[in-house]
Write a protein that binds this ligand. Sequence first.
Ligand code: UD1
Ligand code: MG
Length: 469
Amino acid sequence: MIANNALEVVVLAAGKGTRMRSALPKVLHDLAGRTMLGHVLHTAAALQPQAVHVVVGHGADVVRERFGDTNVNWVVQEQQLGTGHAVAQALPAVAEAAHVLVLYGDVPLTPVTLLQQCFAAAQAGPALITARMPDPAQLGRIVRSAAGDVERIVEYKDASDAERAIDEINSGILCASADFLRDHLNRLDSDNAQGEYYLTDVIGSAVADGLPVTAVVAEEPLDVAGVNDRVQLAELEREYQARAAVELMRGGATLRDPARIDVRGTVRTGSDCLIDINAVFEGDVVLGNDVTIGPNCVLVDAEIGSGTVVHANTVVEGAHIGERCSIGPFARIRPGSEFAEGVKVGNFVETKKSRLAAGAKANHLAYLGDATIGESVNIGAGTITCNYDGINKHRTEIGDDVFVGTNATLVAPLSLGDGAFVAAGSTVTTRVGDGSLAVGRARQRNIDGWTRPDKRAPTDTDESSRNGS
Ligand code: UD1
Ligand code: MG
């Protein structure tokens, strides 16, 4: 899309959000892994506007800090005197010939296409987005003439019973030329039930001036739904997830239950992936073809190769998993894990900053941290790479075709040559050469005729220690 030189976005985010009952400013509450304001700014950026202004007030510093490196113009509205007043605070920074699109920081699900429609309509005169709702609660109502033209917006608190019965509501999203807003915001008064400067009043004053006003009706009310409390936040979270699930299925993935998946970032899937229930995806996740994700898995910033199966209850974060691997159940694959094809990592295995070459296996109960593990290596149950000496981390280098027996303690820095063999229960502290056997354990001693201790009568000392003295 070509950059919209004529468009500037003003996002209103100064309100307190009392009904969230939260110390966190409302627009910083999380929806699908991103703040609500983050969603709005992401959508705004897709319009490629000339500038984005965010009006902040309550918790302004916290909000600004959270978006420290985002390219937006922060406008502080010291006192929240109403939505009209809020937009007026941003206007001095808006280019003279620009069109202004007003968005709300607590309306996170608006599709870019709907905003483009509103911007296009605003070339003729002020445009707003409305929606029809069976139960519009306290939202502003759209008053139309007998001919069906928009006449004005009435706020719920100022509305008559007849007006409250109107089912078309004001989303709050509006687009108009900066010139128009300068002129009409100047004319606002606060002579209303809330004693505020209502942005919505510019619609009535446009009509009074004979300007054409366009209402773009959103077909899906949730596209323009705002969040006032945590119940509404949860509703929009579910809606977001339902949409993400549909997108995955349309892209060719099978979901065992589209109501039990959470996408808090992006997921790309190849063909014929199968995702079982309660999978959580965060950050950027890429699945190849024929990948199976078992129940209750969490995948964060991970790439999973074709044909790989991630079994139930596995957590994968910051990892590259090759093709035809088998991971889990109950595995924890931590950042910096790189698995080549055909790797098998089973239950209660944890890996971190470790590279496992093709066909390497650690089937049960192991910790592999800061390790390089060669092809076709077998790591026995209970094996630990002792990578940390309390101050520094050290690496363990394991060659190809190494067999590490059960319960080995590999004290890094350490290297095991190709074909080395570590006897079960060994503590290995020095290099094992190619093809050598390392046995690092106390020799077994058997004592014949050993008598077990007898149960003796309790003494005074035993009594007093039992009393805690
Ligand atoms: C507003 C609209 C109403 C619409 C509804 C949709 C007005 C007068 N009313 O009502 O027609 O149906 O939104 O949700 O515009 N804000 C500021 N500074 C202020 C006041 C508000 O930045 O001084 C911000 C809030 O943080 C919020 C947005 O503007 O993001 C809307 O404010 P809010 O108080 O929620 O307006 P509503 O009463 O819901
Ligand atoms: Mg509101």
